[in-house]
Ligand binder design. Sequence first.
Ligand code: BG6
Length: 468
Amino acid sequence: MKHEKLAPFPKDFLWGASTSAYQTEGAWNKDGKGPTVIDVRPKKEHITDYTVASGHYDYYKEDIAKMAEMGLKAYRFSISWARIFPKGVGEVNQAGIDHYQNVIAELKKYNIEPIVTLYHFDLPYDLEETGGWDNRDTIDAFEQYAVTLFHALGDSVKYWLTINEQNMMIMHGNTIGTGKQSTEKELYQQNHHMMVAQAKAIIRFREILPDAKIGPAPNISNVYPASSKPADVLAAQNYNAIRNWMYLDIPCFGRYNHIAWAFLKEKGYEPEIAKGDMELIAQAKPDFIAFNYYSSKTVEASKNDGQDRSGNGDQEIVIGEEGVYRGKKNEHLEKTDFGWEIDPTGLRSTLNAIYDRYHLPLIITENGLGAYDKLEEDGTIDDPYRIEYFQKHFEQAQLAITDGVELFGYCPWSAIDLVSTHQGMQKRYGFIYINREEFDLKDMRRIRKNSSYWYEEVIRTNGESLRK
Ligand code: BG6
């Protein structure tokens, strides 16, 4: 729809930026932190590991000072579960709590709203050793961990996210590196257990922090049919259900999406649902939906030729499911240096699709461009491609607001450069450059990229500058 006049971004819009603990903090075994599934994953020769990352654990004050210079209104970051419970359960590590209390105090000093993710891919390794999400004990461990944080940080944190991209952990965990090799059947059982864990955490949240807000944070992308062929349209419906709606229907409606459930049954992947699980889930409605968006997806009907295998691909590259859908290149879209399609209009259609379905307030908790940025000799980083990317995505967000979507914040990925999930440090996302290379740690200097000055103006004018 074309609008004659755009609605402004809401007053108090949470212009922010995001990171996750394991991709930025480093200090992988400092101050009592236990190992996580990320720390023990097999090293790849051509990319760095996460032991140092961006050094954010030690440099957080400097990083937050730069965020404050940019005028950020919010910072979305995750807590490392293994800093709080080095073994995932049991004894609390006070040094871990102190660290995050200090981070939050630093944010508050600059009036930056903390948005806390409880769990972003880095399950404590001791829990993995006892079965990880296959084991229902991990549900209780998550509840204990969440409750500990609600008590320890609840005074100063209003916005909480439960689990980052649960859908990507299930569908692309092997590529991202979030856990052991599992069969599909096991994966969907793990998925169910995470849903119960999330529900239990939300139920406790209501008792402990009745005035704060909580929501899930999946990766949601509108799925397009490759053509108007009815079979392609059905394939798009299938993939939308399996990739997107299953992960939001469960917390928001308290039930499995019917197409997703039919898919699980057809493939023999349906999870065992213990007595009382669905009742718990139905009691634990979120206050808002946070979601990460990088690109739309395009699919056609499966050709049933044995080539559609869901295990490959990554968060944004769709392969397929035999008999269900097949990923297809979208000829109308350009790609990033790393092969992800760029679709700003898809952000508007995704916002509308989510809002139409759930009618809950929305916040974008990730969206951004992975690129090979270069530190110039004069000490600057010129990233016009990132400015262009955000200009177009912010415009589409404003169009969605004008369409009537209740969007209360936008936290691009990422605040500072970090180590990507499977493509190392060379794939940079930050507004703030970290002066290290894949293996050479250099001086770890923090330098604002040109895009950060552009974003500062967007924030200062609450989006008005986008139209200049
Ligand atoms: C999301 C994750 O999938 O996308 C982030 O929540 C991740 O952790 C981001 O870094 C970008 O993906 P990648 O694979 O380029 O790091």
